[in-house]
Design a protein around this ligand. Structure first.
Ligand SMILES: [Zn+2]
Length: 144
């Protein structure tokens, strides 16, 4: 087993370049064909990361909506204790209170999950596009 020292990707054979992050190993020059294949692989990884980033954005938006709804239900959980009460107090026995807790917990969870996925894949995306540009400039000139 060989491991890329830049991203940790595992390969069965020793390669000239990492198929995951595009980092070139050693001083071996890539052939035009190898460079083209590598760019294609990196493009696939780039598309994967772009899809993940888009999905993360959906999670973030759903998380925010869930948090807003949770806050609304939390306000609704403030109730008058009895007919003579002048101020509303938080009623932990109210149905709204438990809905609020549920929505806040779910909202926070998917928001954090979305943010983590976005950070990971967005930085990967940036790195891959730079790498693709680099390989194109060095090995493929203007023909791709
Ligand atoms: Zn790598």
């Amino acid at each position: 087993m060989y491991y890329c020292r830049f991203c940790g990707h595992e390969t069965k054979e020793e390669l000239d370049a990492c198929p995951k992050c595009g980092e070139l190993f050693g001083k071996t020059e890539l052939t035009h064909n190898d460079a083209r294949k590598l760019v294609q692989t990196l493009h696939k990884n780039e598309t994967f990361s772009r899809e993940k980033s888009d999905a993360a954005m959906v999670f973030i938006i759903l998380g925010i909506i869930s948090l807003i709804l949770g806050a609304l239900f939390f306000v609704l959980a403030y109730k008058l204790a009895d007919a003579n009460a002048l101020v509303r107090t938080l009623s932990t026995t109210a149905f709204e209170f438990w809905v609020a807790l549920f929505l806040l917990a779910v909202g926070a969870t998917i928001l954090v999950y979305g943010l983590i996925v976005l950070v990971i894949h967005f930085s990967r995306l940036k790195r891959l596009s730079l790498k693709i540009e680099e390989i194109r400039a060095f090995y493929l000139g203007k023909d791709q």
